[in-house]
Design a protein around this ligand. Structure first.
Ligand SMILES: N[C@@H](CCC(=O)N[C@@H](CS)C(=O)NCC(=O)O)C(=O)O
Ligand SMILES: N[C@@H](CCC(=O)N[C@@H](CS)C(=O)NCC(=O)O)C(=O)O
Ligand code: FES
Lengths: 104, 104
């Protein structure tokens, strides 16, 4: 579908992408963490896109199996949600992923 | 207002009350923590009450100054949100608050 192609292009052309919701604390946490590590994530706030928001969320579920936010991509790869990202950071792997994706 | 009276009665008659949203991870975290500490919170899921949900959320804001979820009450007292509750737990104060409340 066209929306699916849009998502694929977005995550390929942008080193760090976060699909988020403005009111969601888990989404805020992951955005704050990534910015703290010096990267400028492309943030897509699904609650600010009118009817396209839920559509995008469905496409993301089809592509990643994940229907929740935040939904994080680094270097075109699906990372996961907030807990997954924090886990990677605790293992010391997040920063290297970010530099590989040349997001810093 | 009648809704305000309902809230006041709810938090007075129930030792632990959590105003929550079913999809919210911060709400889940606080519910899990309280249950892990052996208490049976009364949980009110604001997203499952139709139009009354947003109304309740407004009343809670009037009563507590807090417009977010989760909104936690112990022994009739406003505790705060997820981070506030976790903070109390880390200081070792949550469990004593809980036992005091169930002794009332
Ligand atoms: N463990 C996941 C939890 C993700 C989750 O449950 N997200 C919630 C919001 S906090 C969600 O997407 N709920 C459904 C929705 O908002 O559409 C993570 O760390 O990201
Ligand atoms: N620090 C607060 C954050 C509370 C917060 O921002 N809650 C969000 C959901 S995670 C919220 O209520 N957003 C507005 C809404 O859902 O109406 C806490 O720990 O509870
Ligand atoms: S909506 Fe509350 S943590 Fe995501």
């Amino acid at each position: 579908s066209r929306l699916e192609e849009t998502v694929k292009t977005t995550i390929t052309e942008n080193p760090v992408v976060v699909y988020s919701k403005t009111w969601c604390s888990y989404s805020s946490e992951v955005k704050t963490l990534l910015k703290k590590l010096g990267c400028e994530p492309l943030v897509i706030e699904l609650d600010q896109l009118g009817p396209q928001g839920p559509q995008l969320q469905k496409v993301l579920e089809r592509l990643t199996g994940q229907h929740t936010v935040p939904n994080v991509f680094i270097g075109g790869e699906h990372i996961g949600g907030c807990t997954d990202t924090v886990k990677l950071h605790r293992r010391g792997e997040l920063e290297s992923l970010l530099s590989e994706a040349s997001a810093k």
